[in-house]
Design a protein around this ligand. Structure first.
Ligand SMILES: Nc1ncnc2c1ncn2[C@@H]1O[C@H](COP(=O)(O)OP(=O)(O)OP(=O)(O)O)[C@@H](O)[C@H]1O
Length: 476
């Protein structure tokens, strides 16, 4: 067909006429409908499939998690080369996150499948959202994912879950974690003010912990299994929580293990000072205001409450009738200080496994003590304390880890064998050994001097222990 200037002019005039008729004579609802039809025809012609991800679920008026996840995913994965990005910084995250601005497009690929993401913003008059009520003045945002129709199954069954997983990973990596301590004075009903947060960044990890490697791996597996079993806990009807009791002499790494656990799981830590809690009601409120993905820690549990044998009988009554005891405690005037807290055994038991301990997602509760025998059995029973972990004096395997971490000394070091043999009788904690290594380092001494120093210290302690034992025999 030959085109001359007059035929081009007639085509343009026809287009202008149709456009004017479309804009001026058709009501806005038809604009949306025609645009929808037109886009459908184009999509069919070019064999594309589309997934529309709205910012809000129109039916339930709730935020669409997939929309936020896709935005986080795009921000982290696809927007490095984009000409325009939107940057957003949330209070809880240290860095701003990039997202796709309205009406822009970016590209991704998955298992060799090319994918196109476009952001769509529809206002009151816009024509790109079908059947939209013209009375709504709000902006409607969505993301469109376009791909070849033959990849529909892979995109829905694998790519979308991949986007969700990646977004979850990105969110937890960028989340700043906190250490919360409960405030001694509590005012009003603002639950957030019950805890004072500071950023949490403890260097202890499962790799730096000097404990038996078999125990370390066992704890790590137990934790990873726990966090992966949300569905299991829901199925068997249990709150998604796990209780640990860490016990052993001072300086064996109980606090270090808690920090390593929080770092492994990327959890916040709530360090609960029970002596500052004046009633069971406040204890309950404290727990109710913790967030999911957290470790709630009660250190030195044997020193805090009347949980010792002296009060076992009384405590048994409490457990049998926790309600009456709790009511009685709540009417006691608030007082402060060690052992004068009105938090009762029943309050703590309910704290560990009561109804309100299931009010948020996954959570660990860790009690530590140097004297597990002083704790009431009710607190220790299975279901409350799922794992009882004994951290003891330094053994050979833990010593190797400390020597590697502090001195970069391997098992082939000439004094290693001697140190291993002495360890059995010297009763040194990892903290004692770390102390000797750090002292040598501070004095500028090398690895050999540090190993000599620790062997000497072990020998001294062994002799001391032998002398104490023989004095005991003589007295006997
Ligand atoms: N198992 C360990 N692995 C690595 N370092 C340890 C270990 N145990 C103790 N340490 C070192 O000793 C210091 C004290 O340890 P930590 O506070 O974890 O002991 P603890 O058992 O909680 O003591 P306490 O019962 O007195 O609270 C830590 O700062 C750490 O450097």
């Amino acid at each position: 067909m030959d085109w001359d200037w007059s035929s081009i002019g007639s085509v343009l005039a026809t287009i202008l006429f149709l456009r004017t008729a479309y804009c001026d004579f058709l009501p806005p609802e038809f604009h949306s409908f025609i645009s929808f039809l037109f886009r459908g025809i184009v999509v069919r012609l070019i064999n594309d499939a589309k997934i529309l991800i709205d910012e809000y679920d129109v039916a339930t008026c709730s935020a669409n998690e997939l929309y936020s996840a896709a935005n986080a995913y795009l921000g982290a994965r696809c927007l490095d080369d984009a000409a325009v990005v939107r940057l957003n910084k949330r209070r809880e995250s240290p860095l701003p996150a990039a997202s796709l601005p309205g009406c822009h497009t970016t590209h991704d690929s998955f298992r060799g499948i090319p994918l196109r993401w476009s952001s769509v913003v529809v206002g009151q008059d816009s024509s790109s959202y079908p059947f939209r009520s013209s009375s709504s003045a709000a902006e409607h945002r969505s993301l469109e994912l376009t791909f070849h129709r033959r990849h529909s199954h892979v995109v829905r069954s694998a790519y979308i879950p991949h986007v969700l997983e990646e977004a979850e990973r990105i969110a937890s990596a960028s989340r700043e974690r906190h250490l919360f301590t409960n405030r001694a004075e509590i005012f009003g009903d603002d639950h957030r003010s019950l805890w004072s947060p500071v950023p949490f960044s403890h260097p202890s990890t499962f790799d730096t912990l000097a404990i038996d490697p078999a125990l370390r791996d066992d704890i790590r597996q137990d934790l990873l299994r726990f966090v992966a079993r949300r569905d299991y806990y829901a199925r068997v009807g249990r709150a998604w929580k796990r209780g640990y009791l860490l016990y052993g002499p001072p300086g064996t790494g109980k606090t270090s293990l808690i920090a390593a656990i929080a770092n492994l799981l990327e959890f916040d830590v709530y360090d609960l000072e029970l002596t500052a809690v004046h009633s069971n009601t406040i204890l309950r409120r404290l727990l109710a205001s913790t967030t999911s993905k957290s470790v709630v820690v009660i250190e030195d549990a044997d020193c805090l409450l009347d949980l010792t044998g002296r009060n076992k009988k009384k405590n048994k009554q409490d457990e049998e009738d926790p309600k009456s005891k709790e009511e009685e405690e709540e009417h006691t005037p608030a007082s402060s200080g060690f052992r004068s807290s009105t938090v009762s055994l029943s309050g703590v038991l309910n704290f560990v496994d009561g109804l309100w301990s299931s009010c948020v997602g996954e959570r660990l509760m860790i009690f530590t003590t140097n004297h597990p025998e002083r704790l009431d059995e009710a607190l220790l029973r299975a279901g409350r304390m799922d794992r009882k972990i004994h951290l003891s004096y330094c053994g050979p395997a833990a010593f190797h880890i400390l020597a590697r971490n502090y001195l970069e000394a391997g098992q082939e070091h000439p004094r290693m064998l001697e140190a291993e043999e002495l360890l059995a009788e010297a009763e040194m904690t990892p903290a004692d050994i770390a102390e000797v290594f750090m002292r040598c380092d501070a004095e500028g001494e090398g690895t050999d001097a540090a190993m000599d120093g620790v062997v000497e210290e072990m020998r001294r302690r062994k002799e001391q222990a032998a002398a104490t034992a023989s004095r005991g025999k003589l007295k006997g």
